[in-house]
Design a protein around this ligand. Sequence first.
Ligand code: NHR
Ligand code: GAR
Length: 226
Amino acid sequence: MSSLNTTQRNLPLVVLVSGAGTNLQAILEACAQGSLPATVEAVISDRGTAPALQRAAAAGITTHVLQPQDYPDRASYDRVLALLIDSHAPGLVVLAGFMRILNDAFVQHYRGRMVNIHPALLPKYRGLRTHRRVLAAGEREPGSSVQFVTRELDGGPVIAQSKVPVRMDDTERSLTARVQACEHRLYPQVIRWIAEGRVRLADESVVFDGARRRSPVIMDWDETTS
Ligand code: NHR
Ligand code: GAR
């Protein structure tokens, strides 16, 4: 059946989570508002207790829990995870607070089709407990980055970043909250660019509107919100 609006298909997403799921929530809301031409087909968690699962269920999204302790090794876990993801035929796999390292075969399978959000201005502060390390280092420029996932941990090409002001009296909690508020705008925006075909991975670089980028897009919300 044809109608006026059938040319633009929504990008099917599978979102991987481990925790609170506030980024998942921001993505779900952007989809529901029509500001993100994507559909969350499934949410998969490596932890049965992740609050993100409740958020997904509340939005009527299919959820799966795949617990590492039920698999003999990382390779078999990653293989089953990929089969489960592929059963939903996503155009993009979205890591949203997913806390488990994925093996090379997995990362290769989703090359150019998997993104991650990390709470720092990469390449600074790769790895875990980012906010604590940012504060301990007296970092003056916290922020968040969205990148394509490649073999090197937190080392894939960065698509976009957003900076966040740090305050004298910041605690791990207050800084985390400010960075997350910024992530909730950044992640839907980057997924929108991918859904619209404006951003893709070519070799080791991000291509934006047909041009190879040598550095990430820096989001300045005053100018670039749409
Ligand atoms: N996998 C690959 N191959 N490459 C990346 O860049 C990945 C990845 C999987 C997840 C997210 C990431 C982050 O943004 C991510 C990026 C977990 C760990 C980790 O050490 C590191 C980085 C990231 C996520 N995880 C421990 C592990 O043994 C478990 C830690 C825990 O359970 O708390 O998997 O920072
Ligand atoms: C986000 O701040 C994300 O940047 C970070 O975890 C949070 C997940 O929050 N990711 C990492 O630290 C990856 N190591 P959420 O579950 O509420 O979306």
